[in-house]
Every structure is written in structure tokens, then in C-alpha cells.
Design a protein around this ligand. Structure first.
Ligand SMILES: Cc1cc2nc3c(=O)[nH]c(=O)nc-3n(C[C@H](O)[C@H](O)[C@H](O)COP(=O)(O)OP(=O)(O)OC[C@H]3O[C@@H](n4cnc5c(N)ncnc54)[C@H](O)[C@@H]3O)c2cc1C
Length: 514
């Protein structure tokens, strides 16, 4: 594809993590897409520092698991501390692989991850990223045409490109969101925080996990994000700004509990910034052929480190459906399932972040007292400790592509596990980018042929294996797993489960070196 086409099946506004993920997935399915971003390079300021095992699994599907492993480190859980840095409670997390095949909590530096994502995109000739392209207008001009206008910020020239689908991955101040007439619903949360990144070769000798300071006066978070990189976030007092802390001398009193004994000269201030954390969800995520994803569709305070994760989930959820429609495998109606599935999930995660923030820091002195008394005794309430460190996110709501049957132990809407199979390969590597039927019963030859015709991979859940136990726990003998690894449906009647599999026949991986 050229950099200046007149028509591209999919145009993506924004080359942040959400836009690049969507482009990579589409390109893997052989769908031509053009990504436009106003800047040439990755946004250099560190923002996200944490992602969970579900997202690590998604990165593996993009082809960058090993590269991400090289720039990230697993975190050991969460410590709640009082204002004097005394530990109130510790919630340990296993750094070993979860059911998704990766550590549950992973610390990293967002610009490094974005650089990886961009380098990886270059492997796919179906995707073109054009920097210095400021999108100024997006309009639906026909039943299945959208016109995108952008200005080349170097030459000043204005360009137009037509597309069948436009994805607005253009961040918090999204122009595409405005273009579809959506507005942000405010979930009534706004706080100003100081975000501090420090580099040092000195060893801080701190517990290797997230430290949450439960102080309503000065809530704070500390985490190690790399061999020599550390992140602090402090809630700003009403009369403070980030400028009050932009030297190490001014900042030192705030970070002293973690750097005691280390001379300020050994600590390099990478940056000090002020962010207003908000909780907002756009009231609709699609109009006609235009969609919004990532921060354009939702904003969350980073208390559980899930903003970028939500954007990547959006991209994963929509890309394979869009590829199915563009390639003529799936009906257009499946595109409605994007908002039906993703909006309630994003809303839940934002409310969870708000609840965690409130539980850890609200309530003044009374809240402090309650935390000192209650939190160390959480072990007495069965299941609570596990819940706090469990990275599993909720099941997707019912849709044309999530068919829950009545009953409690639902597999549908949740991710299937990603175990190592008897041949030594992980499930995801065996299934690739298509549908799978996981079954504890052997399919008869005609069922097997039909699954092959529909492009689905059949995986046998041998007795006693993780997959077999997983099916049993869901009271099922077979499950249909979508390309994004969400279970579409599950049940005891294997023939009925097989009938639900749609025709979906992607090429293996259309990367240049695939
Ligand atoms: C302090 C802080 C800490 C955070 N911590 C975490 C964390 O630990 N874990 C986590 O998951 N998330 C975290 N987040 C959130 C995370 O950084 C964002 O959710 C994520 O960057 C959103 O990605 P995006 O691609 O949707 O949007 P963005 O990263 O904002 O990218 C949008 C892109 O669109 C481009 N663009 C915008 N308008 C136009 C236009 N008109 N024309 C062309 N291009 C345009 C921009 O240049 C940009 O490249 C944190 C955020 C902050 C601020």
C-alpha cells in the first residue's frame, strides 16, 4: 500500500498503543489499513507502567512476547502502607505464569512498549503508519464510506482519503469522538496527581511490588518499573502544582521513605508531571462506520493500572470482527457486538479502580483507623485476599458472539486458559488467529471436516489436563473460542456447540517475515 492512497479499507486515527494494536491485528488478517498520527515519533512521556497477564497474552498474539519480556519485570503484588511507611497489609502475587501463560502483573515503561509495537508493525506490509498527519475532519459520506481529511504538518498540504471503516484511537481529546456526536459521561471523579519518574543505578532495597500509601492527606504510590527506573505518584494538595516539585531538592522529602541513605545526586529526575485523573466513558462508541477505541472511549484513574489495558482490549475485540466483515466472512451485524461487549467491561474496570482508590485513601482519620483495624484482618474473610490480587477481569456481556446459557458456572464471555498442550506448544500457538473448538469428546469425521471447512482448529481436552478440568468446571464438554480467546459458547451437546462456529478463514500471519 502507498502512503498516499485514495481509498483504504480501514483508516486509524492515532498511533498510540490502541491504534498500533488495532493496525497490527488487522494487518495480520491481511486487511490494508492506514494509521495517521500528528507526531512522527512515540509520545516520549512515561505514562502506563503496569499491564496484566491477559494483555501480555494479547501482546504475544501480536508477536512481541519475548521482546516485552526483555523490557518488563513481574511485580510481586501490593503492599498497603500507612503515612509513616509502616506496612498495614501485604497481598502477594505469584510471579509464575497464570492461566493465561504469563505473570499476572508486569511493570514497564510505556514509550518502550510503544516503540516495540511500532517496530513490530513494520513487519506487516498491509499496514502503513504515516506520522506528521494531523486529522482535521472525519465524515460519513455514504452508506459505507467515510472521508478523512488530514494535514501534513511538514509540507502544510491538505489530503483526503476515503475508507470503509474509521477507527478513532486518538486519545482523551478525541476529534473522532466529537465527529460521531459522542460525549463523555462523567463518573464523578477528578483528582490532580504528581507523576514522578526517577532513574538510578543505586539499589533502593524496597519490596518488589506496588506500595500504596493509604494516607487521605497525601495518597501515594511507588513501584519499580525497570532495573534502574522507579515511578512515584502523589496526590497534589489543592494549593500545589507540579512546578513545586521539579527539582530533586524539592521532591526529596516526598520520596525520602524509599530512598533513605541514597544521596540526591545519585537520583536522576527523568520527569515530573501533573495529571488530572478522570473517570469517564463515552455515551456511544460507534456511529455508522466510525468507531472509537482506547482513551477516546474511556478514561480511568490509574489506581489499578488498566487504562492502556482497556484500549488494547478494545483493539483486540474489534479488529478480528472488522477483518471478518471486510474479508466477507462475517455479517456486518457482528460489529454491533463491539460496544455491547466492551462498554460494560470498561465501565466495570473504571468503577473497580475508583473503589480501590476510595478503599485505600478515602475517609480521613476515621478511614485510616478503619484501614488499620480491618485491612490486616482481611484473611479472616474467605476469598477476599485472592480477589485483591486476582488479575482476572469480568466476563463480557451477552451478544451475537457471546452466548451464555442459563446457569451459574459460565465459561462464555471469559477468556479460555492458555496451557501448554501435550505436544509442548501453548494453546494460543496451536490455534493462531482463528476460532477453536475445545472438546473433551472426539468429533466424528463429518464434524471434524465441517470445522476444517469453517476454518476452526479443533483442540482435544485430554482427561486430567488443564483444558479438561476447565471444561468440567464449566459443566461443558465443548466450547467455541473466538480469535480473541473469549469463549463464545459452551455446553454438553458437542454437535450443538460445533454448529455455532462461524466460517472464518484467516491466512496464517501476513507479516513480511511470516
Ligand atoms: C500517569 C499515568 C499513569 C498511567 N498508568 C497506567 C498503567 O499503569 N496501566 C495502564 O494500562 N494504563 C495506564 N495509564 C493510561 C494509559 O497511558 C492510556 O490509557 C493509554 O496511553 C491510551 O492509549 P491510546 O492509544 O488509547 O491513546 P494515546 O496514547 O493518547 O494515543 C493517542 C494518539 O492519537 C494521536 N492523535 C490525537 N489526535 C490526533 C489527530 N487529530 N490527528 C492525528 N493524530 C492524533 C496522538 O498523537 C497519540 O499518538 C496511565 C496514564 C497516566 C496519565
Amino acid at each position: 500500500m502507498t502512503e498516499n492512497p485514495n481509498f483504504v479499507p480501514v483508516v486509524i486515527v492515532g498511533a498510540g498503543p490502541t491504534g498500533i494494536t488495532a493496525a497490527t491485528k488487522l494487518a495480520q488478517y491481511g486487511v490494508d489499513c492506514l494509521v495517521l498520527d500528528r507526531w512522527e515519533d512515540v509520545y516520549p512521556q512515561p505514562r502506563a507502567v503496569h499491564l496484566d497477564d491477559e494483555i501480555y497474552r494479547l501482546l504475544a498474539g501480536l508477536g512481541i512476547a519475548d521482546e516485552f519480556a526483555a523490557i518488563s519485570r513481574p511485580a510481586r503484588g501490593l503492599q498497603l502502607r500507612d503515612r509513616n511507611a509502616r506496612v498495614i497489609a501485604e497481598f502477594r502475587r505469584e510471579c509464575a505464569e497464570s492461566a493465561n501463560g504469563f505473570p499476572q502483573a508486569n511493570m514497564f515503561d510505556q514509550p518502550e512498549l510503544e516503540a516495540l509495537l511500532r517496530a513490530n508493525l513494520k513487519r506487516y506490509p498491509h499496514a502503513v503508519l504515516r506520522g506528521n498527519a494531523e486529522v482535521t475532519e472525519a465524515v460519513q459520506i455514504g452508506a459505507d464510506r467515510v472521508q478523512v481529511t488530514f494535514t501534513d504538518r511538514v509540507s502544510g498540504e491538505e489530503h483526503r482519503v476515503e475508507t470503509r471503516y474509521l477507527l478513532g484511537c486518538d486519545g482523551a481529546n478525541s476529534l473522532v469522538r466529537t465527529a460521531i456526536g459522542a460525549c463523555m459521561e462523567d463518573l464523578k471523579f477528578q483528582q490532580r496527581w504528581l507523576v514522578v519518574d526517577v532513574a538510578t543505578t543505586a539499589e533502593l532495597n524496597q519490596w518488589e511490588g506496588v506500595h500504596q500509601v493509604c494516607d487521605p492527606h497525601r495518597a501515594a504510590t511507588y513501584m519499580r518499573i525497570g532495573d534502574t527506573r522507579y515511578r512515584w505518584e502523589f496526590r497534589l494538595l489543592p494549593d500545589e502544582t507540579a512546578d513545586d516539585y521539579n527539582t530533586m531538592a524539592a521532591l526529596y522529602p516526598l520520596i525520602r521513605p524509599w530512598v533513605e541513605g541514597i544521596a540526591p545526586e545519585q537520583l536522576e529526575l527523568v520527569r515530573v508531571g501533573e495529571y488530572t485523573f478522570r473517570a469517564q466513558v463515552a455515551n456511544h462508541w460507534r456511529r455508522d462506520n466510525i468507531f472509537i477505541l482506547g482513551d477516546a472511549a474511556h478514561l480511568t484513574p490509574p489506581f489499578i493500572g488498566q487504562g492502556l489495558c482497556a484500549g488494547l482490549r478494545d483493539a483486540m475485540n474489534l479488529a478480528w470482527k472488522l477483518a471478518g466483515v471486510v474479508n466477507g466472512w462475517l455479517p456486518e451485524s457482528v460489529l454491533d457486538t463491539y460496544e455491547q461487549e466492551r462498554m460494560p467491561h470498561a465501565r466495570y474496570m473504571i468503577r473497580f479502580a475508583l473503589a480501590m482508590g476510595t478503599a485505600m485513601t478515602a475517609g480521613g482519620e476515621a478511614g485510616n483507623l478503619l484501614r488499620r483495624v480491618v485491612v490486616p484482618r482481611l484473611d479472616l474473610i474467605p476469598g477476599v485476599r485472592e480477589k485483591i490480587v486476582d488479575s482476572t477481569t469480568p466476563a463480557l456481556h451477552n451478544s451475537e458472539l457471546v452466548m451464555k446459557s442459563p446457569g451459574r458456572r459460565q465459561l462464555a464471555g471469559r477468556l479460555c486458559p492458555n496451557p501448554v498442550l501435550l505436544d509442548g506448544k501453548r494453546l494460543d500457538a496451536v490455534v493462531g488467529a482463528t476460532f477453536a473448538v475445545i472438546t473433551s469428546a472426539l468429533l466424528n469425521p463429518s464434524q471434524q471436516d465441517e470445522m476444517t471447512r469453517r476454518g476452526a482448529v479443533v483442540v482435544t481436552a485430554h482427561p486430567g489436563t488443564e483444558l479438561s478440568l476447565w471444561l468440567q468446571a464449566g459443566r461443558a464438554r465443548a466450547a467455541v473460542v473466538r480469535p480473541d480467546r473469549t469463549v463464545m459458547c459452551a455446553g454438553r451437546d458437542v454437535a450443538e456447540v460445533c454448529r455455532a462456529v462461524p466460517v472464518f478463514a484467516p491466512p496464517a500471519d501476513t507479516g513480511a517475515d511470516a
